[in-house]
Design a binder for this molecule. Sequence first.
Ligand code: GFB
Length: 301
Amino acid sequence: MSTLVTGGTGLVGSHFNKDFIKVSSKDYDLISNSQTTDLFEKVKPDRVIHTAARVGGLGSNMTYKADYFYENISINTNVIEQSRKNNVKRLACFLTTCIFPSVVKYPIRPEYLHDGPPHESNFGYAYAKRMSEVQIRTINEQYSKEYFCVIPTNIYGPGDNFSLQHGHVIPMLVHKMYLSKKHNTDFEVWGTGKPLREFIFAKDVAVLTERLLDEYKGTAPVILSTSEEISIKEVVDILVDVFKFEGKVVWNTDKPDGQYKKPTDNSKVKELFPDFKFTDLRKGLEETVEWFNKNYANART
Ligand code: GFB
């Protein structure tokens, strides 16, 4: 049985089973319908894990809303439609918790996905992603498929995109602290540090998604989260400790806080896999920092 992973060299894609067929944007541009068709006709996978996307942190999402909308709606429409056309048995499609309504009941559950507009900061990305859930639901109904979505919270770990322009919070802070320590400069953090986030280690996301492909019989979206909130300030304190940083931490409140919180209900994944142990955030951050220090030269920065 063959399993195709789109975004195969990305933060989560790189952690999947090495026997899976992993493709990246260097192999096929999934924004192109013809290249996506070529990929599926060549590979004819039995299963697909669709992680490929134009992704970025708060700053990048705020700046490139039209690009985030167009690129993601194109990639997702192509991959999901080609999965159907090529009779893929099982498709796991990646969404993310930042696409939920910005005003929503807590803790967030998958069924709240369309209950209101997403946060202003990333509505281009959010609406594009939400359409994957709609497209999958229409295919399941019309073609009796059993495709489903996984909805991770903020993912972090080795192999992330550590870009100082487009990165998510943890990789950007790791990269900035690496440079502040190296050049003995102040360490700048965006916002007030008050916002709360739930972080999940990339390896955990890959393990849980593989288990869902093998064992989950449903089609309702599954939230992948530890359901443990932590403030940005607390993340900074851990990184200061892990890096043994002695310089000054500067809070740049000209930069946005973004969504204040997005607590999730992870009861479904805990019910499905009661034995699963999430990677502790401190341990995950230590592994990420160690990887970055060792791989700075060829990391995505
Ligand atoms: O990961 P992030 O950029 O996006 O986190 P979201 C933003 C939070 O981290 C805000 C604070 O509260 C920022 O003020 N922050 C502090 C920083 N310093 C920094 C920094 O140097 N860089 C960044 N980027 N943030 C994401 C979506 O929203 O949620 C993604 O943008 C994805 O697409 C993810 O869906 C789940 O957590 O706000």
